[in-house]
Ligand binder design. Structure first.
Ligand code: ZN
Length: 202
């Protein structure tokens, strides 16, 4: 996933706010640590009380990125100063929040949600927030059903080609002859389950 596509998604989540949205991003080894830093900064006056701050857990062994203000939606060529890994974690956090919000709204409305899962609720949030529903549903479908990396036979031009014998090739998932078919079947099943009758061309 590219930074652009993810930040576009984040912008959609923030669509109700004016362009050039910014918020203070705070990392912590635990959520308590990150949220504690919000309080500390508010007391020290380096963060305005009630301003938009996002506290997230940094799960990687690599050094934790500095807490700082991030701006999105500044326009083409002005990507936010944030790493792919930070953006992925931020995207996952926004997504989890959107799913929780949709689930709570359905329960509140008295809907029977016993047969619904996170993917159903994520699709609902896409429907609610999208400006281009078909494009966004297609994007989500691809994200959930990534194309397999086909392992092609290798050779040096002399003698027979060597076929890969790794477990996923043996089960057919990444083998040239069956990999794409399996992927197509999985994707059709996913579409039938989550987007029936949508006529989504992927
Ligand atoms: Zn293989």
């Amino acid at each position: 996933m590219t930074i652009t596509s993810l930040s576009r998604r984040l912008e959609k989540v923030e669509a109700k706010r004016p362009p050039g949205v910014s918020f203070f991003l705070i990392w912590g080894r635990t959520l308590e640590e990150a949220e504690g830093e919000i309080a500390l900064r508010e007391r020290a006056g380096t963060l305005r009380k009630g301003s938009d701050a996002v506290a997230l857990v940094w799960p990687d062994p690599e050094p934790m990125p500095a807490s700082r203000s991030i701006r999105f939606g500044l326009g083409f060529g002005q990507e936010p100063k944030i790493s792919d890994r930070e953006l992925a974690l931020l995207g996952a956090a926004f997504r989890a929040e959107a799913i929780a919000r949709e689930r709570a709204a359905a329960v509140e409305a008295g809907e029977d949600v016993s047969a619904l899962d996170d993917t159903d609720f994520h699709i609902r949030s896409i429907r609610r927030e999208s400006n281009d529903l078909e494009r966004d549903l297609r994007f989500f479908c691809r994200e959930e059903n990534p194309e397999p990396e086909i392992h092609r036979p290798t050779g040096n031009g002399h003698g027979p080609m060597k076929h890969c014998v790794c477990p996923s090739c043996q089960s057919g998932d990444t083998a040239p002859r069956t990999g794409f078919e399996r992927h197509a079947a999985r994707q059709s099943a996913w579409l039938a389950r989550y987007l029936p009758g949508e006529g989504l061309f992927v």
